[in-house]
Write a protein that binds this ligand. Sequence first.
Ligand SMILES: [Mg+2]
Length: 297
Amino acid sequence: MAPIHLMDLSSDRIKEFLDSFDHVFSDCDGVLWTKTPLPGVGSFFDLMKRHGKTVHFVSNNSLRTKENYESMFQAAGIPNGFENLTVPSIAIAEYLKSIKMEKSVYCVTCPETIAVLTSYGFKCEQGPDVGTYYYTDYIQYLSDDEEIGAVVFDSDFKINLPKMYRALTYLQRPEVHYINGATDKYVPLVPGSLALGVGAFADIVSEESKREPVLLGKPGKMLGQLAMQRAGVTDPSRVLFIGDMIEQDVGLGRATGFKTLLVLTNKTKEEMLNHKTLQPDYYADSLGSLIPVLNSK
Ligand SMILES: [Mg+2]
């Protein structure tokens, strides 16, 4: 079915829309804020709560510290945002806990993800952050370390050949767990410009190691399921997932069985309509734009 513009709905249909879900799960970057909070987001979530919805957040961004997230939620006028947030770093830590990982974890990730894993008690290995020009120096990255029990990729803008060599070396042992968090192939850095994300490199490692990663970032279903579990939600069809990215957000919503709302803060209506496989159920210009419509209810 073609995506429905919420602004086009009659008052009765808006009520039907509101009655069709009990929980709102929202992406953060591009939906709540860009560099600064987007207008009206605090009021939007207040309205959702007044309509009896629970409010939770699911972001692929493990790069922010807890303090940074807390100050962003506060600036956006959203109380207890961080307490209700699920990000890949937390999903990875919970997963490693569930499989009782006792060996070291080789992290091709940002320092914030390592901090989260360390806070859960996991031993982390990382680096090197810089390679050399002497190719023979790279031999050291081809020797296995039996102490490594898992290889984790999450946002890492310092990814390089030595890290890929190390990851591929460890992944030759089938018992080594292979986990991907936020491995977006592209990142929205400058509109209209092509910026590769760590996913482009993780894909090479997956292909060369012939290993399928456990995907704990959007659009992986497991992240949606973990967010549900943390929110105490059992029926995915009663969740409205809000996002600004088609592959990650609409993709996660579709994989998990959520209803989806795309805000056109990062994508144009044409990009949305031209997408071959993923269409949201609903769309709107922004969350702030919906306040007059929802206020009338
Ligand atoms: Mg986003």
